[in-house]
Design a binder for this molecule. Structure first.
Ligand SMILES: [Zn+2]
Ligand SMILES: [Zn+2]
Length: 309
């Protein structure tokens, strides 16, 4: 090979960055990224694969039940890349004791809370009070419409009752998530669709309460949040500006590699084979100012979870 051929070869060679144990992808989005909503996977490598593939720096693991051994293995495999929330059946009598112990063991919040109870019922009210006592946020899945027959609904009554909860528990930090939370950015939602589309009717309760209540935050994970910020671009730009201090990026993605492998949500055919993290980060990146983007994908979570830098 002469010199000219050599130069041509290196000019077209792909630039392969060495894997720097979690640092390699930190700059893909122009900001470090924190995934607030990542369900713990059994194998340490499966967790790291999704973060690395999607360009995510750190993630908050949503767990249920005893997981300390799994968390230790993951921390050993990927130090300082994970925080965790804990959840437990809210109808069981030992729930307060179990979640208190989880926080003593290092859990930084409750979640996700996804149970077939009313959002203003006695089971979740006990959790709201406990979260305030322990000074940790509580992340709640709100859903009024089945995805599959007989699925049942989760933390029901959001639009009708949750304002009374926000008022009754001012010291509790609430993080809203899922279908009913995000469908209610629009004032015309009547618990009739899983992922409503089309122009947003201004004045939905989620939009209003994020503005009115300092104790309410929004988890931008899953197809629900992705739908809310893709259905009406004009709304999205205003919404992200308005609530840039109250929104937290999350994925809730089940794809294997952070690039969409194996993702298939029957209620959202448009997302098949796509990574929810990548899709939502792309929308946020093009819809928010650089400063607002940085808050939503990183800064707000660091502050809310009091993560040391
Ligand atoms: Zn959920
Ligand atoms: Zn993914």
């Amino acid at each position: 090979m002469n010199r000219r051929e050599f130069l041509e070869t290196i000019a077209v060679a792909p630039v392969v960055l060495p894997a720097l144990n979690g640092q390699a992808s930190a700059d893909e989005w122009g900001s470090p990224v924190f995934d607030l909503h990542f369900h713990l996977r059994p194998q340490p490598t499966a967790n790291v694969a999704h973060l690395d593939g999607a360009g995510v720096t750190r993630a908050n693991l949503l767990t249920r039940g005893p997981v300390l051994d799994q968390l230790k293995a993951l921390e050993a495999a990927a130090p300082r890349r994970f925080t965790w929330f804990s959840s437990y059946d809210v109808t069981r009598p030992d729930v307060e004791q179990t979640l208190t112990q989880a926080v003593k063991s290092g859990a930084q919040g409750f979640g996700e809370m996804k149970f077939h109870v009313a959002a203003d019922g006695p089971e979740l009210r006990r959790m709201y009070a406990l979260a305030a006592d322990l000074r940790v946020p509580i992340l709640i899945h709100f859903q009024e419409v089945d995805h599959v027959p007989n699925e049942g609904t989760w933390s029901t009554g959001f639009a009708k009752t949750f304002e009374s909860i926000l008022r009754a528990y001012p010291k509790t930090t609430f993080i809203g998530h899922a279908d009913a939370f995000w469908a209610n950015v629009s004032a015309d939602y009547h618990d009739d669709a899983v992922y409503p589309t089309g122009a947003v009717k201004r004045g939905g309760v989620t939009d209003r309460w994020l503005g009115d209540y300092p104790n309410l935050f929004g988890d931008m994970s899953a197809v629900s949040a992705n739908t809310a910020i893709t259905r009406d671009p004009e709304f999205t730009a205003d919404f992200l500006t308005r609530h840039q201090d109250k929104l937290l990026f999350g994925s809730d993605c089940s794809c294997r590699d952070g690039r969409g492998a194996g993702y298939d949500n029957p209620a959202a055919p448009r997302m098949k084979g796509r990574c929810v993290a990548r899709e939502t980060l792309s929308v946020l990146k093009r819809s928010a100012s650089p400063a607002a983007f940085q808050k939503i994908v990183w800064g707000n979570a660091q502050r809310l979870l009091r993560i040391p830098t």
